[in-house]
Ligand binder design. Structure first.
Ligand SMILES: Nc1ncnc2c1ncn2[C@@H]1O[C@H](COP(=O)(O)OP(=O)(O)OP(=O)(O)O)[C@@H](O)[C@H]1O
Ligand SMILES: [Mg+2]
Length: 406
């Protein structure tokens, strides 16, 4: 059945049963998939009318509003000047455009006076992260252990200072794990995408970065999560030699040094899919000097990911163990996609017959037959890095992992 026929049929069903929330949620998801955010938003409004505060709908609504605000150039360029600092020295040289790629995605509203809007208090714990025993062990050793036992750490001459960089293929739980670490520490969680703080104006990226760290300090203890750290190194290579990226990296180094040396309860966690693109200065001791590899979800992780994505959907006869066993090689994002496709198959069938048919193993198997692991290209680059650019042994852990997967 054509994609849009599915949507049309679902809308017809929704017309007949407007009170069925699960149906409306599916419609909203389909609308988002088709980038029809305004329509999605309208349905979110109706759904919240029926069930105010529904977390899933609120999440979908955020996706629609974010996409809509990102789509409007007028809003994108309306930069609100961060307040609270004396950055008079930082020139605002309009017209000095460093690199067109920077113009993309330059929201400035993260620099808000309303901390509550940006800082979260995650309920997630490491126990919610399925499997991934090695990642948990390393987190315990390098970060959680020393923080729980500061005296012992001191006696052994170690500390939790410095930054920790999570790296690995896309969609495999880096962000999820970082949030669980914050939950584990009982700390606030402040996630930032590096690309979002980069600004085309001289001095503005540095100022954004400074305000991010200030906000983290105000909310200590706080896990400041810097996602896509490679954006700093990566973009640099595409920029004019005279551009200001160097100063942005320097600003980050300064902020990290003061955040981690003045024991102010800010823990910097970074994440990247491409650690080999991360500026080398950021990998020196005291900065992101420890790297933890987050690989493809293992059996237990796949089971918990599948469970998570099917938990609020009508299912019958789903054998999670069997599915987890047969999905080795798929990322968390791939598994989420499989669950959505299986749901659509069961729904299409329900529409044909007019009766709700729960999602069963055949739907998931059909969805699995359609999917290819999305991380192939990543593993190709990773193999090259291990083979040609692992002179200092930075990627030994990755090398062992790749060897084990051959
Ligand atoms: N070990 C796990 N246990 C339970 N759920 C997981 C696990 N790993 C990943 N997930 C699920 O997979 C989703 C994708 O993970 P996440 O967004 O953290 O990946 P990522 O590595 O940050 O991806 P990207 O590189 O695209 O930013 C999460 O929202 C979570 O639901
Ligand atoms: Mg992520």
């Amino acid at each position: 059945m054509a994609d849009d026929q599915v949507l049309t049929d679902m809308l017809t069903m929704l017309d007949r049963s407007p009170e069925v929330l699960a149906l409306r949620v599916c419609v909203i998801e389909l609308l988002i998939e088709r980038q029809r955010y305004a329509d999605g938003l309208a349905h979110c409004g109706v759904a919240l009318g029926h069930d105010p505060g529904n977390a899933q709908v609120l999440g979908l609504m955020t996706r629609c509003t974010t996409a809509l605000s990102g789509a409007s150039p007028a809003q994108e360029t309306a930069a609100a000047a961060p307040s609270g600092f004396d950055w008079a020295a930082a020139e605002h040289e309009v017209g000095d455009i460093i690199e067109p790629a920077f113009v993309h995605g330059v929201p400035t509203d993260f620099v808000t006076e309303d901390d509550a809007a940006t800082v979260e208090r995650p309920a997630l714990r490491l126990a919610d992260v399925g499997g991934m025993a090695e990642v948990k062990r390393q987190l315990d050793l390098t970060l959680l252990g020393p923080l729980r036992n500061p005296e012992l750490a001191k006696a052994f001459g170690t500390s939790a200072r410095g930054g920790l960089l999570l790296y690995g293929p896309p969609g495999c739980g880096k962000t999820f794990i970082a949030s669980a670490v914050a939950g584990e520490l009982g700390a606030n969680f402040y996630p930032i995408e590096i690309a979002d703080i980069l600004d085309i104006y001289i001095g503005a990226s540095e100022r954004n970065l400074h305000s991010v760290f200030e906000l983290a300090r105000r909310n200590a203890p706080c896990v400041l999560f810097l996602d896509e750290v490679d954006a700093l190194g990566h973009k640099r290579s595409q920029m004019h030699a005279s551009s200001g990226m160097r100063t942005v990296v320097n600003q980050l180094l300064t902020e990290m040094d003061s955040a981690t040396h003045s024991n102010d309860g800010v823990f910097v966690l970074g994440a990247t899919n491409h650690p080999w693109d991360v500026d080398v200065a950021l990998r020196r001791p005291g900065r992101f000097d420890r790297m933890i590899f987050v690989g493809l979800p293992d059996l237990a992780a796949r089971k918990s990911i599948l469970h998570y994505h099917l938990r609020e959907r009508p299912v019958a006869g789903i054998d999670l163990n069997a599915l987890a066993t047969h999905t080795d090689g798929l990322s968390g994002a791939d598994l989420a996609h499989v669950c959505t496709s299986a749901t659509q198959l069961a729904m299409a069938d329900s529409m044909r017959t007019g009766e709700v048919r729960p999602i069963g193993m055949p739907d998931v198997q059909a969805a699995l037959a359609q999917i290819r692991a999305s991380t192939g290209a990543w593993f190709e680059s990773a193999r090259n890095v291990v083979e040609f650019a692992n002179g200092d042994g930075s990627y030994d852990e990755l090398a062992r992992y790749l060897k084990g997967r051959r």
